[in-house]
Write a protein that binds this ligand. Structure first.
Ligand code: PEP
Ligand code: MG
Length: 592
């Protein structure tokens, strides 16, 4: 009934968001809720009861494993006192009386486990909330958290098996982990209420080549599971129950874009060299080892950024050195003789959370190299695994989120230690393996010369650098107009970093999203960037731009761009330049 009603009232309704990953998708919507799981009451038949109890037990087991991991993180990081919150949650999970009474109720009331868990644990939480004591109130929130964790674990298991066929995920927000876990089903597209173009979920969908539109505002209220929707990742629109005419228009557009993409195929084996013979290393960013074949097909010259956090997805512990070694080796073997740059774990921010106490400002908190330096066990495992995988000499490693020179020194000490450890075990590695630093914190950009003197290369992480330079959350749509990659402050900073690296005879690349924007490419090359590492989907287009222009021309473009005083002026200038110099490049506003 509901669906029929929606079909009539919302037919052809268009929601406008921000395009996050190109492509057009049409399919059935699946509403994915995570933050506060929605619990439905469902009657069970006799034969479903045992299975339901098994499902409950698995979710409890998984929740307990997660909580134990959080507990050990918390003990190390925030001390025993605060970590007690998690101990208390584990104790509740191990409370046999509570568990028995949940099981008992599932049997006697014949209701689904989520419903009974919600009611039984919810009962305690409400009781605590009625107390006048502040301490008890906080414990009530902990009970709510625990309840949601168990329910989420039950629902996730169900989701993975339930989401069959082709669907478009509609969610309030998606973490990179959600995006990847969900993509293991046949997902045609993602649409979210929140998010910005460089949010990690957006990056993940781009690298998975799944169309995505973020910042749609209210999409989770407007769309229901089962609705037929159409998603345009070029212009950032979502249409609910599209009309025949809308479908025809979108199909035409899809064909147009596919034709342009087909033109680029012939560039596959050609180098990224300008018309006057200046060569740029054009490599790809990858999130998942599964992307490698696609990267090769796209004609990449290597991998400029492998975000190793993907190894942590869907698991509640850290992979061992051995496991990591095998994963890394597969990648370097597949791409040999091309170079692969791996980044050490960049945990925190909006990426895989270190699963511990919440931080008020995660982007200014415990992330990137800070976590690695605080967790020697984890860092050593990863460095040893990478060194072991380096024997073909085509692996380089870089450190994320560096802000001080001391961090560089300390990271290098760890590398020394890892090498010594391997030597003591007679394990071979490439002793000349290059180490670099990502420049993504303004302090590191300003001190780029000192950093460059210490390492083999620099790689600019423009997603974070822009966020921190302009104090704009990269994932927050409310301030997305202020997220300006072409802001003069950004351009001056890029030039400063490039000069600093070159002064020390080191090469410098850029691996943030900016590197893959057609408008920015001539500017970046003209500024003197030695390497551009881009999402695989846009690589052929960027290659086409580089091959269509002279280096001298791009240097002029960069000099002119550095003289403007606003991002709008820079953008207008670049837009005009590309339109005139390479008219067949479709710029984003041409797509809508
Ligand atoms: C960046 O910040 O530009 C970058 C490449 O790293 P990530 O997007 O993974 O934070
Ligand atoms: Mg970054």
């Amino acid at each position: 009934m509901d669906m029929d009603f929606t079909t009539i009232t919302k037919k052809g309704m268009i929601l406008k968001g921000v395009p996050a990953s190109p492509g057009i998708a049409m399919g059935t919507a699946y509403l994915y809720t995570k933050e506060i799981p929605r619990v439905e009451e469902r009657a069970l038949s006799e034969h479903e009861i045992d299975k339901e109890i098994e499902r409950l037990c698995r979710a409890i087991g998984k929740s307990s494993k997660e909580l134990n991991k959080i507990l050990s993180f918390a003990q190390q990081k925030v001390g025993e006192g605060k970590a007690k919150i998690f101990e208390a949650q584990i104790m509740v999970l191990e409370d046999q009386i509570l568990i028995d009474s949940i099981k008992q109720r599932i049997r006697s009331e014949r209701k689904n486990a989520e419903f009974i868990v919600s009611s039984e644990i919810g009962k305690y939480a409400s009781l605590m909330l009625t107390a006048r004591d502040e301490y008890m109130h906080e414990r009530a929130h902990d009970m709510e958290d625990l309840k949601n964790r168990i329910i989420r674990n039950m629902q996730q298991e169900k989701l993975v098996s339930k989401v069959e066929g082709s669907i478009i995920i509609v969610a309030h927000n998606l973490t990179p982990a959600d995006t990847m876990i969900l993509s293991r089903n046949h997902v045609l597209g993602y649409a979210t209420d929140l998010g910005g173009i460089t949010s990690h979920a957006a990056l993940v969908s781009r690298s998975l080549k799944i169309p995505a539109v973020v910042a749609l505002g209210d999409v989770t209220r407007e769309v229901e599971t089962g609705d037929f929707i159409m998603l345009d990742g070029y212009s950032g629109t979502l249409v609910i129950h599209p009309t025949e005419q809308q479908i025809a228009e979108y199909e035409q557009k899809r064909n147009r874009m596919l034709q342009f993409e087909a033109q680029l195929v012939e560039l596959k084996d050609l180098p990224a060299t300008t018309r006057d013979g200046h060569s740029i290393e054009l490599s790809a960013n990858i999130e998942l080892p599964e992307e490698l074949e696609y990267v090769v097909l796209q004609g990449s010259q290597g991998v400029g950024l492998f975000r190793t956090e993907s190894l942590l997805i869907g698991r509640d512990d850290f992979p061992s050195e051995e496991e990591q070694y095998h994963e890394y080796k597969k990648i370097v073997d597949r791409l040999y003789p091309q170079r692969v740059i791996m980044r050490t774990f960049d945990i925190g921010g909006d990426k895989i959370a270190p699963e511990m106490a919440e931080e008020a400002n995660p982007f200014l908190g415990w992330r990137g190299i800070r976590v690695c330096l605080d967790r020697p066990d984890l860092f050593m495992n990863q460095l040893c695994a990478m060194l072991r995988a380096s024997m073909r000499k085509n692996l380089a490693v870089m450190f994320p989120m560096v802000s001080t020179i001391e961090e560089v020194h300390r990271a290098k000490e760890f590398v020394k230690k890892a090498k010594a450890e391997l030597r003591s075990k007679n394990v071979k590695f490439d002793n000349t393996m290059s180490f670099g630093v990502m420049i993504e914190v303004p302090a590191a950009a300003l001190n780029a010369a000192q950093i460059a003197a210490e390492v083999d290369f620099l790689s600019i992480g423009s997603n974070d650098l822009v966020q921190y330079l302009l104090a704009v959350d990269r994932g927050n749509n409310l301030v997305c107009n202020l997220y300006q990659e072409l802001n003069p402050a950004v351009l001056v900073t890029l030039k400063h970093v490039i000069n600093a690296a070159h002064k020390h005879g080191k090469w410098v690349g850029i691996c943030g999203e900016m590197a893959g924007h057609p408008l920015a490419a001539p500017l970046l090359v003209g500024l003197g960037m030695d390497e551009l590492s881009v999402v695989p989907a846009v690589l052929p287009e960027i290659k086409k731009i580089i091959r269509s222009l002279d280096y001298k021309q791009m240097q002029k473009v960069a000099t002119t761009a550095l003289n403007f005083s606003s991002a709008d002026e820079v953008e207008l200038y670049l837009r005009k330049f590309i339109k005139k110099a390479i008219p067949d490049i479709p710029l984003d506003t041409d797509n809508s």
